[in-house]
Unconditional design. Structure first.
Length: 209
């Protein structure tokens, strides 16, 4: 099983969402030392923001693209390819001001391409093309908002990932990161316990290869 890990925090090694991703990676390696894991850190090495030039490049026919447009398309192609090649996808996404970091939203926009990661049927019904993936979304937030209207990121991500065909999605949140040391430790500990259980269940199901 190939695992793709996308980190998106701007805090580097101080990031709680990265701490959760590192914990999951360690547990996966314990389950299977031969596991193939690729990590892309768009917080430390951001991809260019998705703007009008980006959209223009993706909608320009291949034989009419400029050199710069071709570079943009090649970046999008590479992001899509590594997603398609993975069996398990881990998105480490902190919550900033009730939602995801801007760089992660840009990342999703590079992925969402008609005819590549989704399509519309002749009846106009959308169909996701990124199928058969096991997805974990690891997040951390300052307060406690899971299951409340303040958690605006979870429903958006669930919809966006489903639109591209990723329906097997598990969200794990470390909450209370800004509510004092005791609350923060409890939030991280509970999240890591959930990760341990998920990795164990995956291994027992024979999917940890």
């Amino acid at each position: 099983m190939k695992t793709l890990v996308i980190l998106s925090s701007i805090l580097g090694d101080r990031s709680n969402s990265k701490q959760l991703a590192d914990h999951l990676i360690a547990r996966v390696k314990e389950s299977n030392p031969a596991a193939i894991i690729k990590v892309r850190d768009i917080g430390a090495q951001p991809i260019p923001y998705f703007d009008g030039n980006t959209a223009g490049a993706l909608f320009t026919p291949a034989d009419a693209r400029s050199v710069e447009q071709q570079r943009i398309v090649e970046l999008s192609d590479s992001l899509v390819a590594e997603l398609m090649e993975a069996d398990r996808i881990v998105f480490a996404v902190p919550v900033y001001n009730f939602n995801m970091p801007a760089q992660f939203k840009s990342y999703l926009d590079y992925l969402a391409r008609a005819g590549v990661t989704f399509r519309y049927t002749p009846e106009g019904v959308p169909e996701g093309l990124v199928k058969g993936k096991q997805v974990f979304v690891l997040t951390a937030r300052g307060g406690k908002a899971e299951g409340t209207p303040s958690d605006t990121m979870t429903p958006y991500l669930r919809q966006m990932l489903s639109f591209m065909g990723m329906n097997d999605v598990t969200f794990i949140a470390a909450e209370g990161m800004a509510m004092g040391e005791v609350a923060a430790l409890e939030g991280v500990t509970l999240a890591k316990q959930r990760i341990d259980a998920l990795v164990l269940n995956t291994a027992q199901a024979g999917l940890a290869a």
